[in-house]
Design a protein around this ligand. Structure first.
Ligand code: NAP
Length: 243
């Protein structure tokens, strides 16, 4: 279905990003993973994609928050794969704390990685998409960006910002055949949620009564990548949490 296409997945070394890279590879896409430090884990995901699905897959080390570094990395991926067709902005971090005591650095770090990171990647890929008159962008937002969440002012602001970015990019690039959508997960079983406390207690806030598996988020991402007539959408995959 995606044979011959190249997908960049930021934060593809573990969790939702790794599941998404494998899902897109299973549909035939070549995979370029970008991570800021966990390069060996990213290379292991690439090796699995190549072995299982016969696609080309490679990992790059870059900080998505860095404009110049992401520019160079997108250029290197284009040189290696011959083009870029799909961009999944999944890299993200948390630095939780109550607003009354949140450090300025904690606010800046989360906005830089989660929101500016997506801007940087879209900014550097959009020229390639426009020239090809094709492109699929999926930004990983969160229910925290829809509902807010105590202790996550920085994170919720970054994820709400991603929704505004998604809708504007969707409107700007639609005439060129490019779609831009967001997926808003609720609780997902990954390293990010492993320190939050008992899953059972937290899952009480989820109508479907459990956390999502990363693969369930990857399914939604792949659906949006394959959809030609959906753009500017925010697809909640949250077990009913934010309805
Ligand atoms: P995770 O397990 O912590 O993985 C995060 C990934 O992002 C890693 O591959 C990490 O690699 C990469 N990354 C972080 N900062 C980066 C940077 N500055 N530049 C490049 N790569 C960077 O997270 P996850 O739970 O899978 O979450 C993935 C996305 O889904 C995030 O955007 C998150 O906010 C969102 N989300 C998660 C949940 C959840 O419940 N887990 C819910 C809603 C939304 P390095 O450490 O090597 O950089």
């Amino acid at each position: 279905m995606l044979k011959g296409k190249t997908a960049i997945v930021t934060g593809g070394s573990r969790g939702i990003g790794a599941a998404t890279a494998k899902k897109l590879a299973s549909l035939g896409a070549n995979i370029a993973i970008i991570v800021s430090s966990s390069i060996e884990a990213a290379e292991a995901v690439c090796a699995e994609c190549a072995e299982k699905y016969g696609v080309k897959a490679r990992a790059w080390k870059a900080n998505v928050a860095d404009f110049a570094e992401t520019k160079e990395t997108v250029a290197a991926i284009k040189a290696e794969f011959g083009g870029v067709d799909i961009l999944i902005n999944n890299a993200g971090i948390t630095r939780d704390g109550l607003i009354a005591s949140m450090k300025e650095e904690a606010f800046d770090a989360v906005i830089d990685a989660n929101l500016k990171g997506a801007f940087n990647m879209i900014r550097h890929c959009s020229g390639l998409f426009i020239r090809a008159r094709y492109g699929r962008i999926v930004n990983i937002s969160s229910v925290a960006g829809i509902m807010g969440n105590p202790g996550q002012a920085n994170y919720s602001a970054s994820k709400a910002g991603l929704i505004g970015l998604t809708k504007t990019v969707a409107r700007e690039l639609a005439p060129r055949g490019i779609t831009c959508n967001a997926v808003a997960p609720g609780f997902v079983e990954t390293d990010m949620t492993s320190s939050l406390g008992s899953q059972e207690t937290l899952a009480a806030a989820v109508p479907l009564g459990r956390f999502a598996k990363p693969e369930e988020i990857a399914e939604a991402v792949a659906f949006l990548v394959c959809a030609d007539y959906i753009t500017g959408e925010v697809l909640r995959v949250d077990g009913g949490m934010a309805m």
